[in-house]
Write a protein that binds this ligand. Structure first.
Ligand code: SAM
Length: 122
C-alpha cells in the first residue's frame, strides 16, 4: 500500500495570514490535528498542530508564523505507508503533509489513518 491510497482529501490548509484562533477552529471543525500552512502558490511553508496552539497559549504568541514548524517532515504519494509510519515514529510526530514534486500540498497522512488501515486488515 502506498501513501496515495490513504491520504485524506480534500486537503484542509491554512495560510500565513490565518490567525491562531481561526487555525484552532479549523482543527476542531474538521476533526483534524495537522494543518499544513501554504504560501500564496499553494506550496508548503509550515505545519500547525493542536500542540502548537497550546504553545501559543503557553508562550503568549500571536501569529501563525511564530508557532508553526518550518522544518517539515513530509511524504510523497508514491512512497509506502511503511516508510511514512517510520518517519512519524522516528520524528515523534503523528502526521505528514503529502507533497508533489513542486512542494504543493496534496493531503495529509496521519498515524490515525494508518492504524485504521491496520485495524481493518487485522
Ligand atoms: N507526539 C505529538 C504529536 O505527534 O503530535 C506531539 C509532539 S510533536 C514533536 C509536536 C510538534 O511536531 C509540533 O510543534 C508540530 O508542529 C510538529 N509536527 C507535527 N507534524 C510535523 C511534521 N510532519 N513535520 C514537522 N513537524 C511536525
Amino acid at each position: 500500500k502506498l501513501v496515495k491510497d490513504i491520504l485524506s482529501r480534500p486537503v484542509v490548509v491554512g495560510s500565513l495570514n490565518t490567525s491562531i484562533t481561526q487555525a484552532s477552529r479549523v482543527l476542531i471543525e474538521n476533526n483534524i490535528n495537522h494543518l499544513p500552512i501554504v504560501d500564496e502558490n499553494g506550496k508548503l511553508s509550515g505545519i500547525i498542530t493542536s500542540w502548537d496552539i497550546a504553545k501559543a497559549m503557553a508562550q503568549d504568541k500571536h501569529s501563525i508564523s511564530e508557532i508553526m514548524t518550518t522544518y517539515i517532515v513530509s511524504a510523497t504519494p508514491d512512497e509506502t505507508i511503511d516508510m511514512a509510519a517510520r518517519k512519524m515514529s522516528r520524528n515523534n510526530i503523528s502526521g505528514l503533509p503529502v507533497v508533489d514534486s513542486n512542494n504543493k500540498v496534496l493531503g495529509v497522512v496521519s498515524a490515525e489513518d494508518i492504524s485504521k488501515l491496520i485495524g481493518r486488515n487485522g
